[in-house]
Design a protein. Sequence first.
Length: 136
Amino acid sequence: MNRYRVKEAADLLGVSDDTVRRWIDQGRLAATRDDSGRRVIDGGELAAYAHRLAQETPRPAPMPVVSESARNRFVGLVTQVIRDTVMAQVEIQAGPHRIVSLMSREAADDLALEPGVLAIAAVKSTNVVVEVPGHA
C-alpha cells in the first residue's frame, strides 16, 4: 500500500504543507496516522483527490506567454489506468499538469501502475515548439 506524508502529498499536489493539513482538518482529504503518529494519506485517496482537484480548478483565461519551456520530467501520482488486451492508457497528475501516456499493457503491468502509485513521466520529443509572443 502506498502512503504519503503531508509534505510528500503537498509536493505532489503543488501546494503547501499547511494547505494539505487544512484540507485534512476540513475533511476534504482523508488521512490516518502512521506508527510514528504522523499523518499519512493513502495513495489511492490522494490520486482521487488530485483528480478531483484538477477537475475543480478553473482554467485561466488565455494570456500572452512571455517565455516558457517545460522541463521534461514530471513527478506525480497515477490517477487512472485503462487497460485492454494489448494497450494501456495511464493518466498522471503532476501538480497542475495532467499527463496521459499510451503504452503496452505488459509495460503497465510490469510497472504495477494503479491509481495512487508514484510515477515519473519523462517526456522526450524530437519536435518541441517553444513560443514567446509579444507583450500585450
